[in-house]
Design a binder for this molecule. Sequence first.
Ligand SMILES: NC(=O)c1ccc[n+]([C@@H]2O[C@H](COP(=O)([O-])OP(=O)(O)OC[C@H]3O[C@@H](n4cnc5c(N)ncnc54)[C@H](OP(=O)(O)O)[C@@H]3O)[C@@H](O)[C@H]2O)c1
Length: 267
Amino acid sequence: MSRDLKGKRAIVTGASSGIGRAIAADLVKAGVRVVLASRGADKLNEVADALRAAGGDVLAVPTDVTKPDDRSRLIETTVSAFGGLDLLVNNAGVGSWGHFADSTEPICRTVLEVNFFAPVELTRLAMPHLTRGNQPALVNVTSMCGRKGMPAWPEYSASKFALVGISEAWRAEFQRYGVDVLTIVPGLTNSGFEKNWLRNDGKADLRFDLGMTPEYLAAKITDAIRKNRTETVLGTEAKRLLRFNRYFPRLTNWLLARKVKKLYAGK
Ligand SMILES: NC(=O)c1ccc[n+]([C@@H]2O[C@H](COP(=O)([O-])OP(=O)(O)OC[C@H]3O[C@@H](n4cnc5c(N)ncnc54)[C@H](OP(=O)(O)O)[C@@H]3O)[C@@H](O)[C@H]2O)c1
């Protein structure tokens, strides 16, 4: 199946920066009408202005995806402005980098709220509209940590595994309603993600500057939506790690544990 994007109506969460902003821009380029959602109104309006200047039909709806009233307002505003909804891109997310032993319950709950419960509840509200949409799709931006739990990313890995899992379950369920479920599994991306982490005290040498650009990722995501790709792993490093783990899971775990021991020797 090939999805024609021209004239489709989309919501992109986390659209004020990084990957979400790039996805919104790429969808606009493809002729999609886009509702931009994230918390900071000023940044969101800036993005909306830039996309309008490029000829886009966009609307900024400041939204905290963890707040039920905000989620309802986002869906209602979209449907009343665009007359329906064809694509929901659940992209907003937050990271926390550090070991579980010195993490906290609020960090764990916040990461799960933003990365799992919020997209799940937004999807619940969007479904009645997606069901009536034109070639509708739900696009969930997860992470390579959602396919392989990584040290120093315990809460984040849990949240992304949960999103990958529910996406797999939904994929078959939502066929009843003609709604496709597409899972995006990115590796390291140079998006500024690390500036917004709840914690930043892991020890490995994470080189986001060597990661994919958000624009590259966005182009691949648009392509996945067009081609209706069920699961798209993005980034050489992510592909390599996930393939190695599939064939050599015990060796992968041993190597990760060895790395942790080395990094934390004497601490
Ligand atoms: N960068 C990477 O290496 C990488 C790799 C794999 C997966 N990912 C995933 O890609 C997605 C986008 O991340 P990014 O790298 O673009 O990071 P980012 O630049 O920090 O963008 C995160 C976006 O989410 C929004 N956001 C955060 N909390 C929110 C909330 N409660 N309600 C609404 N919006 C919220 C932020 O805007 P406000 O703060 O204004 O709300 C921002 O627009 C995330 O799901 C992340 O887990 C990133």
